[in-house]
Design a protein around this ligand. Structure first.
Ligand SMILES: *Cc1c(COP(=O)(O)O)cnc(C)c1O
Length: 435
């Protein structure tokens, strides 16, 4: 017999420590107790249906329970679930690396596997550092990132990050990373990139890498920045011989329109991080891609090997699923389908901007956001939207007073219209209750 909602909740409240959740919210707020999920919907233990409005934390690009992903997992379970990958290889990791590099921005020909977005970033940072350290450029130790950056929650990833509410407390534990000045308005982005350019040109042999979330800074509040500025960062890093690391953990796999957000700027980074949608959002799996010339910098004997690796490196289940995801994108025309949905999303967000209490809205591809007043991450208006949307059948988790949608790329036009209607009604209700 299935456990009751209360049984599940009492175990959860007594023993689970939930991420980004205060103890009070954990104990007092009523969570959705999910029993299953299918397509773009989560179903709770009572059978109530909710749109998965944040795509299960921005990763569920192909919906829940995609039949081909299920079949791939079933098949893989029968042959190989896990093995080490030092002195061993297997079909799934080998073929995935070939298939992934074939879709990646030009020049990225090597794949280093790991478990999640944070580890993909740790790999990128250590790879850049070791590359210069052992190739006669040990002076290149400086890293720069953008104000408001989010690259994950492990210590290296936090070091390159800059979301005060998540990161400030840990300052004493971090290595030093320079941050471009906070972009205040649209012109601010230009100034931030000007500042990075100036530093790199003043100290051309001291920088190891510039790391960015291409075009969309997710966790700081779905902030969007212009493609030409990414192009400028590519040019200046190339000019001084520093690396450009593109953290496409969120933006990759068509989230912003093209397969990679770097394509908006028609650039190739030296290192690219992918996770989230990489495994269709169903298994923890990640990769850091690098150019052949970086890989070549690790030749020359045992002492020059990249000294990094995780237990579940190249996990066959993750790799099998990631291969199926690539095949589904190809066979189902996922990016083409999402283009129409992205247009609908953009129109709807422009309309939402007209509502009283809505300061600003924006969208790029299948990311859409609305700012509802001051208060940042601890603002309460977004949480009122969340509560209202829940009653109407949608899970829309805010970033403080920024509410956003990150739907599956294969959501249907009707489903998207319904989800947008719920968002609109919830914003109206939350904002009128605000004054
Ligand atoms: C989510 C995210 C990460 C961290 O990924 P995890 O899988 O949560 O460790 C890193 N970078 C970006 C841009 C992200 O959005």
């Amino acid at each position: 017999m299935a456990l009751s909602r209360e049984d599940i909740l009492s175990a959860d409240r007594a023993h689970v420590w939930r991420p980004y959740t205060s103890s009070e919210d954990h104990e007092l707020r009523d969570p959705i107790v999910t029993a299953r999920a299918e397509g773009v919907f989560l179903y709770d233990v009572n059978g109530k249906r909710y749109f998965d409005g944040n795509g299960s934390w921005w990763c569920n690009n192909l919906g829940h329970g995609h039949p081909r992903i299920k079949a791939a997992i079933h098949e893989q379970v029968e042959t190989l679930m896990h093995c080490a990958m030092a002195d061993i290889t297997h079909e799934q990791a080998a073929l995935l690396a070939a298939e992934l590099t074939a879709t990646a921005p030009a020049g990225l020909s090597r794949v280093f596997y790991s478990d999640d977005g944070s580890t993909a970033v740790e790999v990128a940072v250590k790879m850049a550092f070791q590359y210069f350290a052992q190739n006669g450029q040990a002076s290149r130790r400086r890293f720069v990132s953008l104000a408001g950056a989010f690259h994950g929650d492990t210590i290296g990833a936090v070091s390159v990050g800059d979301v005060p509410e998540f990161h400030r407390l840990f300052g004493p534990l971090l290595f030093e990373v320079e941050k471009a000045p906070e972009p205040s308005e649209q012109a601010g982005w230009e100034q931030a990139v000007d500042a990075i350019e100036r530093r790199l040109l003043e100290h051309p042999s001291e920088y190891a890498a510039v790391i960015v979330e291409p075009l969309v800074q997710g966790a700081v509040g779905m902030r969007m920045w212009p493609a030409p500025l990414l192009r400028r960062l590519r040019e200046v890093t190339k000019q001084v011989g520093a690396l450009l690391i593109a953290d496409e953990v969120f933006t990759g796999f068509g989230r912003t329109g093209p397969m990679w957000a770097c394509e908006h700027a028609e650039i190739s980074p030296d290192i690219l991080c992918t996770a989230k949608g990489f495994s269709g959002g169903v298994l923890p799996f990640a990769a850091t891609l690098a150019t052949e010339s970086i890989f070549d910098g690790f030749r020359g004997g045992k002492t020059r090997a990249f000294m990094h690796g995780h237990t579940f490196y190249g996990n066959p289940m993750g790799a099998r699923v990631a291969r199926e995801v690539l095949a589904i994108y190809r066979d189902e025309g996922t990016l083409l389908h999402a283009r129409d949905r992205a247009d609908e999303l953009a129109v709807s967000m422009a309309e939402l901007a007209e509502l009283p209490g809505v300061h600003r809205t924006r969208s790029l591809g299948m990311v859409a956001a609305a700012d509802l007043g001051e208060g940042g991450y601890y603002g309460q208006v977004g949480w009122r939207v969340h509560e209202h949307a829940k009653s109407l059948g949608a899970y829309i988790r805010p970033l403080g007073n920024t509410v956003y949608l990150v739907p599956s790329l294969n959501i249907t036009a009707d489903e998207l219209a319904d989800l947008l209607q719920i968002l609109r009604r919830s914003v109206q209700a939350a904002v009128s209750g605000a004054s």
